[in-house]
Ligand binder design. Structure first.
Ligand code: IMP
Length: 202
């Protein structure tokens, strides 16, 4: 595959992750900052895909490169899939994750293991130079723990327990998490979608 990708995020960790995943394609991946683009985008969509597309479309106005964006969140089944697409804004954008995480643990007090199921969801959107739009979505299934564990990752990672590993995602190394995470899987699906579009034109 040829060309450049601008990833519509201010998060350097996300840019590094997509750079690692796209490495074998020979495509160059730039952050918005590296591409010299600075925009403030309101994420007012009602789905992860919509929010990712809103970000990608806005940034695509300023570049001829492929633009990619993501949107993600945590769904707790017992809480009717809260905090969902409002995950970053749950209890207020500036509230610490120590407080957000403890609040979720408290809301699950007395709830059995089997009913503590949850998942991280990630949608990736791509807007191509010809105007074509692609989206992918992936999840990682887990359970909400009883206390925070681990110091890697960010956000809700310390309370997101993955039975397959017997650990929270905050106890996994960056590489281990990228292999199984919602974002890693959605990005690899997007890589396949881009290849397919390049080869078939549809
Ligand atoms: P955004 O996709 O950058 O808007 O962020 C969504 C929010 O979902 C983050 O701020 C976190 O609260 C949560 N989230 C999404 N992915 C993860 C993850 O891998 N670990 C922990 N929290 C996450």
């Amino acid at each position: 595959m040829k060309g450049r990708i601008v990833f519509a995020t201010g998060n350097a960790g996300k840019v590094k992750e997509i750079q690692m995943i796209m490495e074998d394609t020979g495509m160059e991946v730039l952050s918005m900052k590296e591409a010299g683009i600075s925009v403030d985008i309101e994420e007012n969509g009602t789905t992860y895909e919509e929010n990712a597309l809103i970000k990608a479309r806005e940034v695509a106005k300023y570049t001829d490169a492929i633009v990619m964006a993501d949107d993600s969140g945590l769904e707790v089944d017992y809480l009717n899939k809260e905090p969902g697409i409002l995950s970053a804004r749950y209890l207020g954008e500036d509230t610490s994750y120590r407080i957000k995480n403890q609040n979720l643990i408290d809301r699950l007090e007395g709830v059995s293991d089997e009913k503590r199921t949850a998942r991280f969801v990630c949608a990736i959107a791509a807007v191509l130079p010809d105007g074509k739009e692609l989206t992918t979505r992936a999840t990682i299934e887990g359970r909400i723990g009883y206390e925070e564990k681990g110091s890697h990752g960010f956000g809700y990672d310390p309370i997101f327990y993955v039975p397959q590993f017997g650990k929270t995602t905050a106890e996994l190394t960056e590489e281990e998490k990228n292999q199984v995470s919602h974002r890693g899987k959605a990005l690899r699906l997007m890589k396949e979608e881009l290849k397919r579009y390049e080869n078939t034109g549809c």
